[in-house]
Design a protein around this ligand. Structure first.
Ligand code: PMP
Length: 291
């Protein structure tokens, strides 16, 4: 496996960065998780735009233009002869001293890792997931905005730990005011009276690329999608619930805090969206290899 670091393609064993890198010392950096399907990178432009937007929000200037980053992603995939892959892009503030000061880090570090995708077990998609609300709240928007896909994932990791202790794979996170925002690594939706509802971005969520894809697909199918503020009560009384994310894709939720959602199996709207989602991932995307 070859890993891209600052313009070089290095074997996995040699792909190392300094212990003085502020990505390690302080979680000072941003990242992206992207997928390719059948030789095409899905929504590459959207992911790269979110990466550059996240970097801008933390005042980190990525030293190469977005077009070069795109080419670096494609070249890393080609050198690893991957078609169906998971791509991890990491940009850190770079190597500095032991102090916080980002100005002591003259050059950001760029890392691109491409690997075979590990899929969730198929029964998650057939039977649906159980989730529980955790006590740890999603980051307050005026602290570290959840819209920034930063290397600071401790908030989500603490939530994940609570979920694992409760024996579930994914968890429901609320914001400081107690409104539903998202899960530790996915966005959340519910369906009621033929309307799909998901929290608005200003509430403190990551604006998921999969979330936006699903909103577009639903609207194309003629289903109303509302981005609005809601509470756990709305989820408990929903007909359907599902999560979206690059790794998870579209995944049904059938139990929330011990309440059965709908009739306890994945709903028809969710199933239709899963089908449509697979259809677009199979045909859209930036080709890795010349066609
Ligand atoms: N929320 C969080 C906190 C995430 O980490 C992710 C995964 N990137 C998502 C939502 C889903 O975003 P996307 O669809 O872009 O993968």
């Amino acid at each position: 496996m070859l890993v891209y670091i600052d313009g070089e393609y290095l074997p996995k064993e040699e792909a190392k960065i300094s212990v003085f890198d502020h990505g390690l010392l302080y979680g000072d950096g941003v990242f992206e998780g992207i997928r390719s399907y059948k030789g095409r990178v899905f929504k590459l432009d959207e992911h790269l735009q979110r990466l550059y937007d996240s970097a801008k929000a933390i005042m980190l200037k990525i030293p190469i233009p977005i077009e070069d980053m795109e080419e670096a992603v494609l070249e890393t995939l080609r050198r690893n002869q991957l078609h169906d892959a998971y791509i991890r892009l990491v940009i850190t503030r770079g190597v500095g001293d032991l102090g916080l000061d980002p100005d002591k880090c003259p050059v950001p570090t760029i890392v691109i890792i491409t690997d075979k995708i590990t899929l969730y077990p198929p029964n998650f998609y057939d039977d649906g997931l159980e989730i529980v609300t955790v006590s740890v709240r999603r980051n307050y928007t005026e602290a570290v905005s959840p819209r920034i896909k930063s290397l600071n994932y401790l908030n989500n990791i603490l939530a994940k730990i609570e979920g694992k202790q409760a024996g579930v794979e994914e968890v429901l996170m609320l914001n400081a005011e107690g409104y539903v925002v998202e899960c530790s690594g996915d966005n959340i939706f519910f369906v009621k009276d033929n309307v799909i509802v998901t929290p608005p971005t200003h509430l403190g969520i990551l604006e998921g690329v999969t979330r936006n894809t699903v909103i577009d697909l639903a609207r194309e199918l003629g289903i109303t999608v509302e981005e609005k503020v809601f509470t756990r009560h709305d989820l408990y009384t929903a007909e359907e619930c599902f999560l979206t994310g690059t790794a998870a894709e579209v995944i049904p939720v059938v139990k929330i805090d011990q309440r059965i959602v709908g009739n306890g199996s994945p709903g028809t709207v969710t199933q239709k969206l899963i089908e449509e989602f697979h259809h677009v991932t199979d045909v859209l995307g930036t080709p890795i290899y010349p066609e």
